[in-house]
Design a binder for this molecule. Structure first.
Ligand code: FAD
Length: 583
């Protein structure tokens, strides 16, 4: 098999918000480095940052004027991250995220991200899931697209090598201890060997291991798979956010899409909460609350909607008419106050009219996407939206393998079981910048110059003729079984069965003439196994990890406080261990 060799000082894999931030920071450092950026698709068009949409995409930050104010304001932010994380996040990393949030927001403003401003010209902030104070900055439903666009533009004019439609296959190491390079595959299936002492994995999350997900295509956990294969550790893989999304448009139906309180129906047209709550005001309260507690969480009453959605195989959100019992006397006081502050008269309006008034941009997004909410219902489902865990990093984004860094959604430990809305995008900027700073300081000292990689045997390792059709069918089975058994619902019995099935699949597959497909299947299985093993190791419910015993939800257990489940490969198998989090 043909192998092309490349030499570089740093290889960044992934062109989302995290990879771009790492690249920009390194190049702005003026170090005259040889930087290679490898992206699976076209830069600026692939990955979650360039494609995700929610009612109002949030970027979480503590600015000098963010309440409650004061010099140590960021500490409240750090406290929120740790508290909502339910004691399974790294306290120092929570502090770093919070403390650096102002700096990275100001940087984004300086490169032209058009954050909404208040009357005094300051970046506007609203209250989002899991925070005590309004810290969410936004440009609208497309905040992340704006961030992607501006960072990509900032790269223009810098000297670096961009490899588009190139997929990371594996990381090469010296005895599993330090990085010596990476193997990638181009669109034509040809191998590329990058010799480099530093690899940054910024490959995002792994929504593609689920049939039901709101990620763009191609997100098959390649960074997690490659990290495991080279001996790095993964953490918190059981904590994956699931939320109610539009099936057709993959929009997260959070914020105003819930606060406008649509009728929520099952496939037979019944209002799903009516049999559960007697009092209509309880139904309105739960749906309204879903707007600020969107991904499923054991700590939130609104999880009931996710549970029903998963059980029913989806829900319909009907904005054309009000839910039963909708009148002033049944609408809770705090909701009425919120509506009147927005200038609404909920008595006189239907949900689509409320939505259009509160958030015209998302109303028009649906309209442009072919869904007229004044006439048509949203076909919604419970979809994977964000991986809270990932490659275990230290405060500078380095993994357990020297020279291997991770940032953004591919990294883990900086978020806990839940995260404040907007902290994922924040994470991409803070840790994207930090990995770059750490690599730059090593490059200045010129430590870690690699010995040339012996490329013998690499071609053979990726050669094979395993059936393409069988690989596709295995991938379909992985996705279906993950959605059915390891999404909103987790039960020990089915998890144990699934673990055995995944192991058998991993042993069965071999490289095929479609090398990229083989790698995607391998990485999907490895990632799924880490998720399943994380779930099996945590016999409790915490954050989005809802563990069931029959019809009963197993409660949160104190003995799992401050406990990480760590996964690494040993002799071709994933081994899971328990580690106490250092406070
Ligand atoms: C619908 C939706 C709504 C969201 N809303 C919010 C929100 O309001 N606030 C918030 O903070 N977060 C939100 N998130 C999460 C947030 O958008 C992501 O966590 C974040 O954008 C991830 O950025 P990233 O750079 O880590 O990864 P991505 O943007 O996913 O980039 C990954 C990059 O790696 C590339 N890649 C993948 N595999 C390979 C490979 N093998 N080889 C080479 N390249 C590869 C991809 O092509 C892409 O370029 C939302 C997510 C979704 C899906």
């Amino acid at each position: 098999m043909k192998i092309t060799r490349h030499g570089c000082d740093v290889l960044i894999v992934g062109g989302g918000a995290a990879g771009l931030k790492a690249a920009v920071t390194l190049l702005e450092g003026n170090l005259k480095i040889r930087l290679a950026l490898v992206v699976k698709g076209k830069l600026g068009r692939c990955g979650t940052t360039a494609n995700a949409v929610s009612d109002r995409m949030a970027f979480h930050a503590t600015m000098p004027y963010t309440p409650p104010g004061g010099r140590d304001n960021w500490m409240m932010h750090a406290r929120d991250i740790f508290e909502i994380g339910r004691r399974v996040s790294d306290r120092p990393q929570a502090g770093i995220l919070a403390k650096k949030s102002r700096e990275v927001t100001e940087y984004l403003c300086s490169i032209g991200v058009p954050f909404a401003r208040d009357g005094e010209g300051r970046v506007s902030q609203f209250l989002t899931d899991g925070s005590l104070y309004p810290r969410a900055c936004f440009t609208g439903p497309y905040t992340s697209w704006d961030i992607e666009k501006c960072l990509k533009k900032r790269l223009e004019g810098f000297d670096f090598d961009l490899y588009e439609e190139m997929m990371l296959a594996d990381i090469l190491t010296v005895s599993g201890r330090k990085v010596s390079g990476a193997v990638c595959v181009d669109r034509g299936g040809n191998l590329h060997l990058f010799e480099t002492p530093f690899v940054v994995i910024a490959t995002g999350g792994a929504g593609g291991i689920y049939l039901d997900n709101c990620y763009p295509s191609g997100m098959t956990g390649d960074g997690y798979g490659a990290a495991l294969m080279c001996g790095a550790e993964l953490v918190n893989m059981e904590f994956i956010q699931f939320g109610i999304c539009s099936r057709r448009l993959k929009v997260a139906c959070s914020g105003s899409l819930m606060r406008s309180v649509p009728r929520i129906l099952d496939r037979d047209g019944r209002e799903v909460l009516r049999g559960i709550y007697e009092n209509p005001s309880d139904i309105f309260r739960v749906v309204f609350r879903k707007g600020a507690s969107w991904p499923v969480s054991n700590e939130e009453e609104s999880r009931i909607l996710d549970i029903i959605s998963h059980r029913e195989g989806g829900l319909f959100l009907d904005y054309t008419s009000n839910p039963s019992g909708w009148n002033r006397s049944n609408i809770p006081g705090d909701m009425m106050k919120w509506y009147s502050e927005k200038g609404l008269k909920p008595d006189d309006e239907r949900p689509w009219e409320r939505l259009k008034l509160i958030n015209p941009q998302i109303y028009h997004h649906f309209y442009k996407g072919g869904i007229d909410l004044s006439r048509e219902m949203v076909d919604a489902f419970s979809a994977a939206q964000h991986f809270q865990g990932g490659i275990k990093i230290d405060p500078w984004g380095e993994s357990s393998v020297r020279g291997l860094f991770a940032c953004g959604e591919s990294a883990g430990g900086q978020h806990g079981a839940n995260r404040p809305g907007g902290n994922a995008l924040l994470d991409t900027q803070v840790f994207g910048g930090r990995v770059a700073s750490r690599i730059a300081s090593r490059l200045k000292r010129r430590t870690g110059i690699p010995a040339p990689v012996d490329g013998r045997g690499i071609g053979e390792a990726y050669s094979g003729s395993f059936s393409r059709e069988e690989l596709k069918s295995i991938l379909d089975d992985v996705k279906k079984s993950m959605s059915l058994n390891v999404s909103v619902y987790r039960e020990e019995k089915s998890l144990a069965r699934l673990e055995a099935e995944m192991k058998a699949r991993l042993e069965r597959i071999r490289p095929s003439s479609d090398l990229r497909l083989y790698l995607e299947v391998r990485n999907s299985i490895l990632t799924s196994l880490a998720v399943i093993k994380g779930c099996l190791g945590r016999d409790e419910s915490r954050g989005p990890h809802l563990m069931w015993a029959g019809e009963v939800l197993i409660p949160s257990k104190k003995r799992f406080d401050n406990i990480y489940l760590i996964h690494r490969m040993e002799n071709g198998r994933i081994v899971t261990s328990v580690r106490r989090i250092q406070e």
